[in-house]
Design a protein. Structure first.
Length: 256
């Protein structure tokens, strides 16, 4: 039997209607497919499609229309997930990408995409700041710096050779926090966070350092339980004056 073609006149809806009628008449998907080929030729729907629709009609389906689509599928980078990640960062900026993905219920790749592409964040480590200074201490340091700058402008490098700074510091027995442990998620224009020195242990030793432009001149290990008073500083300055007159054996006796 020759194929009878009516190109462009048989739509997919027409084919589904035919599938419904022939299924109710008891024909198999193979028989329906053969009949449609005689009319639609290459435009005939796949046999698997015919089988799927036939099964639906046998189960009682009435409509020949496709099921309505739900629209664009929900992704883990939608506005709700972005807001959730933003709230997590507001609570703790030190959370890792794995922790953020776990709390937000999304994959690590989605969490990273939200952080970098949607929230424009980057993970940066804090600057290590030796200690916290009050406003008064900051002003005092500015005044001293201006005095030193004035002396340098007047005398040049000779002035630098006269300056002997003295510094006191605690040496503590503790394992410092790694930069990766203190890093936070920040925006591109956000300032770098600061991290101040923390008292991590009671095991500590006071050290006094004196140095010039060439390096360390003398150090002093303050005995445990001793308070650094004005009298103690005077003794240290006397030792420093003697040390400056002897250029050999810099500070090794006081360290040992």
């Amino acid at each position: 039997m020759a194929a009878v073609r009516a190109s462009g006149t048989v739509t997919n809806d027409d084919q589904r209607a035919y599938i419904k009628i022939e299924t109710l008449r008891g024909k198999t998907p193979t028989e329906i497919h053969s009949s449609l080929i005689e009319v639609c030729a290459v435009e005939t729907v796949d046999r698997s499609t015919i089988s799927r629709w036939a099964q639906r009609f046998r189960e009682g389906r009435l409509s020949i229309e496709n099921d309505p689509k739900s629209g664009r599928p929900r992704t883990s980078a939608d506005d709700q997930s972005v807001e959730r990640v933003f709230q997590i960062l507001e609570e703790d900026r030190r959370m890792t990408r794995e922790e953020i993905s776990h709390c937000a219920g999304i994959s690590r790749a989605s969490a990273y995409r939200i952080l970098t592409e949607r929230l424009h964040k980057r993970r940066i480590a804090a600057w290590w700041v030796p200690q916290y200074l009050s406003e008064e201490q900051k002003c005092r340091r500015v005044e001293i710096a201006q005095q030193l700058l004035h002396g340098f402008r007047e005398e040049g490098n000779e002035f630098l050779q006269k300056v002997v700074p003295i510094d006191e510091t605690w040496i503590r027995d503790f394992k410092p926090e790694l930069k990766s442990q203190s890093s936070e998620w920040r925006g591109k224009s956000s300032p770098r966070p600061k991290k101040f020195k923390r008292a991590q242990s009671n095991v500590k030793q006071m050290m006094i350092f004196a140095y010039d432009c060439k390096g360390v001149i003398m150090t002093d290990r303050v005995p445990s339980g001793t308070t650094v008073t004005a009298a103690y500083n005077c003794q240290f300055l006397q030792k420093l004056r003697l040390r400056c007159t002897r250029t050999d054996q810099i500070c090794w006796k006081t360290v040992s």
